[in-house]
Design a protein around this ligand. Structure first.
Ligand SMILES: *Cc1c(COP(=O)(O)O)cnc(C)c1O
Length: 486
């Protein structure tokens, strides 16, 4: 013990750790076993968790058992269960047993993966799993990949690289004052992370062109072409564009081939945001639909959404590695190592210096499932979605409002006698709230042409046909009860 009373393992020695860890694993197993019986969405109101938590931290050690009891009584009720089989909200955030176990290793090794030297295996495994992904997705082996924390971060990284590349890195010393005024593009359905990237980049939101969408909510290429032409005529310099492969609202797909042609003609950096749907590209039948993704300059997708891998794990692919390194590399004397010229120092591939060892969980997932297992996982969800889509389409009281290219269904309740949009919107909002309050499922909404639409995304690791049959019955019963309260 130190003079001030501190001991290195004040709270837990090796034996205690072992005991607690085994108990915790049992608890986790039981959690997954009983997960379907828990309310999906936490029913708590704002402040209810806070009210349970002491206002000041404990001055003296509390034993782990007591901490764990408090976790169960005060914290767990405030958890929305993202791994619940009837979690249909937003997009899923998959986990899986191999991924969870790998995360245990990662947090035990607790290494920083900023440089090759700070853990050679982390750097080389990250390179290899990204190369595996290029193969799995039939993308050019000349592309480079790295793991970032989120799609938002990767999209921002892409924009900054594009600015550097276009300005021949003058921006790094001089800012943009001697550069032409750059313009950037995405559709009105693009994710808010695109707008955020533009905001943060210093280009100014006035330079962001939000292009109209067509009836399928995909970018309208004619509007894009006109917009670019107009910008060029006015002396602007078109710089960067984000095309969506699976929008957040409805998984709409921008016409990548025609967009790629326009980008090539005008020297625009084409970034593809496939944050959610990108995982489907490991299946040849999906990949074949998007031949022209190889025309992109960068692409992001999130295994932490729909590929069995715990958050955070976002894959950023880039064609021009120099543009990335010229923009992000920083080598102060204290980070210089002898191997810098022959290895990947991933600190130079993005914003943060410190990085978690995220490649490990991806590697465990790839090995434990195999490519075939991963493909089967994706196909199962898409097949389940097709089955439910057919039921919705066959029911005259319901209306589907967007195509279902993957596993997200956008629909609303629309009894024949109601046509007023405000009444329908209120009815569907009430339907969603009632379903979510029931604890039986969790879904969220979007607006399509001002129409309130329920989004039902089938991406939970444990979801089965039985869960969907139950959910569909519950949705119908709740809808009929609301429309006809007697
Ligand atoms: C989820 C999503 C994002 C944001 O993902 P993060 O990794 O949370 O930043 C961006 N684009 C699309 C299309 C998404 O679905």
């Amino acid at each position: 013990m130190h003079a001030n009373g501190y001991t290195e393992n004040n709270t837990m020695d090796n034996k205690d750790f072992c005991l607690q860890a085994h108990q915790l694993v049992d608890w986790i197993e039981n959690y997954f076993k009983t997960l379907a019986d828990r309310p999906v969405k936490s029913p708590l109101k704002p402040g209810e968790v806070l009210a349970q938590l002491p206002e000041s931290p404990p001055q003296y050690p509390v034993d782990f058992d007591a901490c764990f009891k408090a976790f169960e009584s005060s914290i767990l009720p405030g958890i929305t269960h993202w791994q619940h089989p009837k979690f249909f909200a937003y997009f899923p955030a998959n986990s899986s047993y191999p991924s969870i176990l790998a995360e245990m290793l990662t947090s035990s090794l607790a290494v920083q993966c900023m440089s090759w030297q700070t853990s050679p295996a982390a750097s080389e495994l990250e390179q290899r799993v990204c190369e595996w992904l290029l193969k799995m997705m039939q993308l050019p082996s000349s592309w480079h990949g790295c793991i970032q924390s989120t799609a938002s971060e990767a999209t921002f990284t892409s924009l900054l690289s594009a600015i550097g590349h276009k300005s021949q890195y003058k921006n790094i010393e001089q800012g943009l004052k001697d550069c032409p005024t750059y313009t950037v593009y995405c559709s009105k359905e693009a994710h808010s992370s695109v707008e955020k990237a533009v905001k943060l980049s210093g280009l100014g939101l006035a330079q962001l062109r939000l292009i109209d969408t067509d009836a399928q909510l995909a970018m309208d290429v004619e509007s894009l072409a006109k917009c670019i032409e107009n910008d060029v005529n006015q002396g602007f310099s078109p710089l960067w564009l984000t095309a969506c492969l699976g929008t957040t609202g409805t998984t709409a797909i921008d016409p990548l081939a025609s967009i790629a042609k326009l980008c090539k003609r005008h020297g625009i950096w084409m970034h593809i945001d496939a944050a959610y749907a990108g995982s489907a590209l490991i299946c040849p039948e999906f990949r074949q639909q998007f031949e022209s993704i190889v025309e992109a300059d960068s692409l992001v997708f999130n295994p932490h959404k729909w590929l069995l891998t715990n958050f955070d794990c976002s894959i950023y692919f880039i064609k021009n590695k120099e543009a990335l390194l010229n923009t992000f590399a920083m080598t102060p004397p204290y980070l210089k190592t002898d191997e810098d010229d022959e290895v990947n120092n991933y600190r130079d591939w993005g914003i943060p210096l410190g990085r978690r060892f995220r490649a490990l969980k991806l590697w465990f997932v790839f090995c434990c499932y195999g490519v075939q297992g991963l493909q089967a996982f994706i196909r199962n969800h898409c097949q389940l979605a097709k089955t439910l889509q057919q039921k919705i389409d066959a029911d005259p009281a319901f209306e589907r409002l967007a195509p279902v290219p993957f596993n997200l269904i956008c629909f609303r309740y629309k009894p024949a006698r109601i046509s007023d949009i405000d009444t329908l919107n209120a009815l569907n909002k009430a339907l969603m709230d009632a379903l979510n309050a029931s604890g039986k499922m969790y879904l969220t909404h979007t607006l399509i042409d001002d129409r309130f639409v329920l989004r039902l995304c089938i991406g939970a690791v444990s979801v089965t046909q039985t869960h969907l049959d139950e959910a569909w019955e519950q949705i119908k019963q709740q809808a009929f009860a609301l429309a006809d309260p007697n």
